[in-house]
Ligand binder design. Structure first.
Ligand SMILES: [Zn+2]
Ligand SMILES: [Zn+2]
Length: 124
């Protein structure tokens, strides 16, 4: 777990590493399965409240891992460190994607660590 800036929540939130995320994702899959079964059995979509109730184990697991209470399950599913890039050299916020070329916060260009860009950049 690592606290870092979330672009969607616009806040610093606890993000999960791959092991932590795997255990949360498993519970999330079960919750979706449970919600689907409910819908098939009763032939009607769940009310929002009972829909959310299915996802309670997801929120509890996230709370166990991070100490953050009642984070919405949809938010939890994007609190995964590997979905974002490394921290911007200028402002420290994580890049929006691992392959971003610019920081989404301060527009600082990302210094490429691989050779992919070098050939295209003019050098005086
Ligand atoms: Zn978020
Ligand atoms: Zn930046």
């Amino acid at each position: 777990m690592r606290v870092q800036w979330c672009w969607r929540c616009k806040a610093e939130v606890p993000m999960l590493d791959e092991n932590e995320f795997a255990s949360v994702a498993e519970l999330h899959r079960e919750a979706i399965r449970g919600a689907k079964e409910f819908r098939q059995r009763f032939g009607a979509p769940l009310e929002q409240a009972s829909f959310d109730e299915h996802f309670r184990p997801v929120r509890l697991r996230y709370e166990q891992l991070t100490g953050m209470k009642d984070c919405h399950q949809n938010a939890i599913m994007h609190h995964r460190i590997s979905m974002y890039g490394r921290p911007c050299e200028s402002c420290g916020k994580p890049l929006r994607t691992p392959s971003a070329k610019l920081c989404g916060a301060c527009m600082h260009p990302v210094q490429s660590i691989d050779n992919e860009q070098k050939s295209r950049e003019p050098h005086p």
